[in-house]
Design a binder for this molecule. Sequence first.
Ligand code: NAP
Length: 268
Amino acid sequence: MTLRVGVVGWPVAHSRSPAIFGEWFARHGIDARYETIPVPPGEADAFFATFPADLHGCNVTIPHKGVAARHARLEGAAARLGVANTVWREGGALHATSSDGEGFIRSLDEARPGWADVPGVAVVLGAGGAAVSVADALAERGHALVIANRTTEKAEELARAVGGTAALWDDLPDALSGAALLVNATSLGMGNNPPLCLDLAPLPASATVADIVYHPLETPLLAAARVRGLAVVDGLGMLLHQATVGFEKWFGIRPAVDETLRRAALAP
Ligand code: NAP
């Protein structure tokens, strides 16, 4: 029987996940299909309360990560954050976790082995859903964090939650001078959004610059970091590595993230 999995969101048609999972199904000979499942905001509670009997499991994207979490037994980051992006069945119940932070860390580990040994703080820009996951995962790994965000109150709230420090945007040069890692977790640089304009001169030469935006893959921030000769990590790795968590929960195999998968995810 063909197993049905998919991603629940609104809107969700743009998702790259069907291409990612399709590549893995072919590789591992798994009889499954991965669908985009559009669920309007007013219907999300009912969807997860009466989870479709023919759905083996699902990913969850904006704006339903909080709603999904209310209907499942939460594990890992989902239990800490109250949001879920990966749902599976276990012992007759729905279970869920949030794999974005794990995906981010695995992507960094893969692209820049040894980054965690470089002394210095991790500076996270942003305090939205993705920034919360990234900051939580870095804090779990024991990194000292500085958070800056356009809306300072949200940076302060996130810094309190993860045991870090909030910085004003204007004070970033100071924070960058002691940074081992700079992460753009805002939506600046994505699609037609304005670029993230930041003077990278204060960063030490040993610092890594990561951008979780993956459309475009080479953001103006990463381009500027390359010009400065800094190590860079793009956002596609996070997207691919977070997806491995669902695949493993649903099919019992940890799939590989490699260049072929990157090409499959980017194919038009
Ligand atoms: P979100 O919850 O809407 O948060 C957006 C963040 O960007 C907030 O911190 C917001 O600041 C900031 N921001 C937006 N416009 C800004 C501007 N003009 N100037 C300064 N800051 C601005 O979005 P999200 O879900 O966290 O996603 C953020 C980005 O991460 C998106 O580009 C998304 O595609 C990407 N992402 C990538 C992955 C991956 O797997 N690679 C996963 C998830 C998300 P305020 O708080 O002040 O509004």
